[in-house]
Design a protein. Structure first.
Length: 198
């Protein structure tokens, strides 16, 4: 008796056999002694799942294997690795295209209904989506990081020479009356607290 299960997170994928009976996800050996290979169907499923952001644990659940098995396949079979990478690259390209489109604004068509001459009429309307500044900022911060970053790194060359003066070396009589008064209050406060800060 075979169990059939559809993954809820990936409804657009077809129903597959899950569990130990799912032999399509098992590497098959070629008769001429070459290393095992996966079927094209399995590699296409890996690419589609990777495009949707599936983790190795989700791939394991989909194929009815353990996560360790998927990790082993990724280490051992280059075609499996390529299918996994291809899905990620396609997803990244689609996302960056959408972000670019959203950041620059775009035209799209939308179906609308109006009541004309006592009946409802549907027609297509061309609309414009204004550029999204958040998408623009995100795009620029990632594509031109050195120009659009919020944090600017400044490197200082050379040395800074700072000489400390001992408090006893200061001639208090050369200070203004206001400065003398503040200095007197600080010294008085330190004496009454019994503390002296250096």
């Amino acid at each position: 008796m075979k169990r059939r299960k559809k993954i809820k997170k990936f409804p657009e994928l077809k129903v597959v056999e899950v569990g130990n009976n799912n032999r399509s996800a098992t590497p098959r050996r070629e008769y001429n002694g070459q290393r095992p290979m996966f079927s094209v169907e399995v590699l296409d499923q890996v690419t589609e799942l990777s495009m949707l952001g599936a983790t190795n644990a989700q791939l394991a659940l989909f194929f009815g294997r353990s996560a360790m098995t998927i990790d082993g396949w990724l280490r051992k079979y280059p075609e499996f690795i390529e299918a996994r990478k291809r899905g990620g690259i396609i997803a990244d390209m689609k996302a960056s295209g959408s972000l670019f489109k959203r950041g620059n604004g775009f035209y799209y068509e939308e179906e609308e209904m109006k009541y004309v001459n006592k009946k409802w009429v549907t027609f297509m309307v061309k609309k414009y989506c204004i550029p999204d500044t958040t998408a623009l900022i995100f795009w620029l911060k990632n594509r031109q990081r050195e120009l659009w970053t919020d944090i600017h790194r400044v490197q200082h060359g050379g040395t800074i020479n700072h000489e400390h003066q001992n408090v006893e070396d200061i001639d208090v009589t050369k200070l203004s009356e206001k400065a003398q008064k503040v200095l007197f209050e600080i010294a008085n406060a330190q004496l009454t607290d019994g503390t002296r800060n250096n």
